[in-house]
Design a protein around this ligand. Structure first.
Ligand SMILES: [Cu+2]
Length: 129
């Protein structure tokens, strides 16, 4: 009985991990490696928290950049394009932004990283449910 309970607990933990899997994307922006996470997977209509980790070519975390998240839903029949912008704030060694998707569907996300007067960008397509 005890072994069965243990097996059941392990099963729940494994299932829990699969369901708790966060939205995560790794991309290159110039010489930077950028990891983007959203707290909800799939992302939802309304507020989502975005976490951005930036590493330089040596694998050192970049903490002195200005990071802006632009997100756009292209124009649809009877609806103009919707453009939003959120500033990502440094928290520890990562950047955090609140991204508020105003409707479900495909959004284009452009993360602009400016450092020493030079801007690199990461582009993502996010399907919002
Ligand atoms: Cu729309």
């Amino acid at each position: 009985m005890k072994r069965f309970t243990t097996a059941l607990i392990i099963l729940f933990l494994v299932v829990g991990l699969v369901y708790a899997k966060a939205y995560m994307v790794m991309k290159k922006a110039g010489s930077y490696t950028v990891e983007v996470k959203l707290d909800k997977n799939p992302p939802i209509t309304g507020p989502n928290k975005m976490e951005i980790n930036i590493q330089d070519e040596k694998g050192v975390k970049v903490t002195d950049a200005a990071v802006v998240v632009e997100y756009v839903m292209p124009a649809m029949p009877g609806m103009p394009a919707m453009n939003y912008k959120a500033k990502a704030e440094l928290s520890g060694s990562r950047y955090l932004a609140n991204v508020n998707f105003s409707m479900s569907g495909a959004w284009a996300v452009n993360i602009k990283i400016t450092r020493a007067g030079k801007t690199q960008a990461v582009k993502l397509n996010v399907d919002v449910s």
